[in-house]
Design a protein. Structure first.
Length: 216
């Protein structure tokens, strides 16, 4: 009887040890899962605040938010964003380029950021009607619409970029100039594309160089 009792004690002890080990394993798994959840939460929060941090950075440099538009340029179902900043003081020269354009393409946990301040002209204090009029987005294309005037001829410029879904790059799609005469009889529209400029990436675009190439 003593041997049977001793054997029962050993079996009971082994069962208790096995149960404790299982609980410890479960605890480790739960702790691991919790850490992963916390990590993901931190990443989400960081992503959520990323654009706000970017805007705050420009605010410290005395820039105002001119345009902010939601879009889905890479057509992946995640929200992208285009933001245009402008100096708090208007320019004293109509050819001033101090209005950065920032494009945020949403990735899994952060953004790809494209930035260029050579696309549009900054609002001119002597003619607030000139300069950027609108930003239009359609699918993976976005267009900056600008107004300018030279004597009796009023002009509208349209700068269109596209997000190339294959190469995953933002490139110039076309540049159009619409000339509108006072009498409306001499209106003209000129459109230039890749055949004139070649492939121009968003970050490399400079409106002055584009106009120079057209005029030459």
């Amino acid at each position: 009887m003593g041997k049977k009792f001793f054997l029962k004690i050993i079996i009971l002890t082994l069962c208790l040890i096995s149960c404790n080990e299982k609980k410890e394993k479960d605890l480790v798994v739960k702790e691991k899962d919790t850490k992963e959840i916390v990590s993901d939460t931190l990443s989400v929060n960081k992503t959520k605040d990323y654009i706000e941090d970017y805007k705050a950075k420009y605010k410290t440099k005395k820039y105002n938010l001119r345009v902010e538009k939601d879009c889905d340029l890479n057509m992946d179902g995640q929200m992208d964003k285009i933001v245009i900043f402008e100096p708090s003081e208007t320019a004293n020269n109509k050819q001033t380029k101090e209005s950065p354009v920032c494009v945020f393409i949403k990735k899994e946990k952060d953004y790809d950021v494209y930035e260029n301040k050579n696309i549009i002209y900054t609002s001119f204090f002597n003619s607030m009607a000139e300069g950027l009029q609108d930003l239009v987005v359609k699918d993976n294309y976005f267009t900056f619409e600008e107004n300018n005037q030279a004597g009796e001829v009023r002009g509208n410029d349209y700068i269109t970029f596209k997000y190339d879904l294959k190469s995953k790059e933002i490139v110039l799609h076309k540049y159009s100039i619409e000339l509108i005469s006072v009498d409306g009889e001499n209106d003209k529209t000129f459109t230039y594309g890749k055949e004139v400029f070649g492939k121009i990436f968003f970050n490399d675009f400079d409106i002055d160089k584009i106009k120079e190439k057209i005029n030459n």
